[in-house]
Design a protein around this ligand. Structure first.
Ligand code: TYD
Length: 211
């Protein structure tokens, strides 16, 4: 694999906790009639690993152990869900993918970007065709995330400084990968965000079909 598999089209959503990206991922998948999936999770094995990652106290795992767990979950998700969908020529939308590890474990939790990149090259080696970073004010997003009371708030419990570092990381990522990453202003009504996202996705799909 050279970072790109087959006939399908792979779209990912990224952003800080509570950014509204999950709502947007769901909406876009519905609009395009695409398959919706998520990380951590997206296959039965990866959903089991997800519980280890998102529940429990903040210090439960080191950043290094998290990289291994997220990558193990991602490998299963890739094998069982993403690659089969792409090989069948479908559009698949994932709520988070490898950019989350690059930023959460590589930049915000610890300075381990090189480790993340090497493990990614070795075990995943697949990039999305298009990535939306939903860019939302960290204070608003954090209140929204914790307000959900889902019990899945291990990462939210790192606090607002952590969310600020994440936001800066995702914005830097858009500069690093200008061809595939689009930053979307998340401080707007969900319908306005969805309209912009759908227009950009349709453009990218049309370019793929005519290019
Ligand atoms: P997610 O279910 O997307 O939570 P939310 O909807 O609150 O954004 O992801 C769970 C948490 O796992 C989230 O805090 C981000 C974190 N995460 C990482 O730290 N690294 C990763 O590679 C992934 C995929 C997620």
């Amino acid at each position: 694999m050279n970072g790109k598999c087959c006939a399908g089209f792979f779209i990912t959503f990224e952003g800080i906790d509570g950014s509204g990206k999950s709502t947007q991922a769901r909406q876009l998948a519905e609009t395009l009639g695409a398959r919706l999936t998520r990380e951590p999770g997206g296959s039965p094995g990866a959903e089991q690993i997800r519980r280890l990652l998102v529940e429990g106290e903040a210090g439960r795992w080191s950043a290094e152990t998290e990289i291994l767990l997220f990558t193990a979950a991602r490998r299963d998700h890739l094998e069982k869900t993403i690659l089969p969908a792409l090989e069948a020529g479908g559009v698949i939308v994932s709520d988070r993918f490898a950019d989350s590890t690059r930023i959460y474990q590589g930049v915000a939790r610890a300075t381990l970007r090189d480790t993340v990149d090497r493990l990614h090259a070795l075990m995943i080696a697949q990039e999305p065709d298009l990535t939306f970073v939903i860019d939302t004010d960290p204070k608003v997003a954090l209140e929204r995330g914790l307000g959900r009371g889902s019990g899945e708030d291990r990462f939210e419990s790192f606090g607002v400084d952590f969310q600020e570092r994440l936001r800066a990381g995702f914005l830097a990522l858009a500069e690093e990968y200008p061809d595939r990453v689009r930053v979307i202003d998340g401080n707007r009504a969900p319908t306005a965000i969805a309209a912009e996202v759908a227009a950009l996705a349709r453009d990218a799909l049309a370019r793929r079909d005519h290019g």
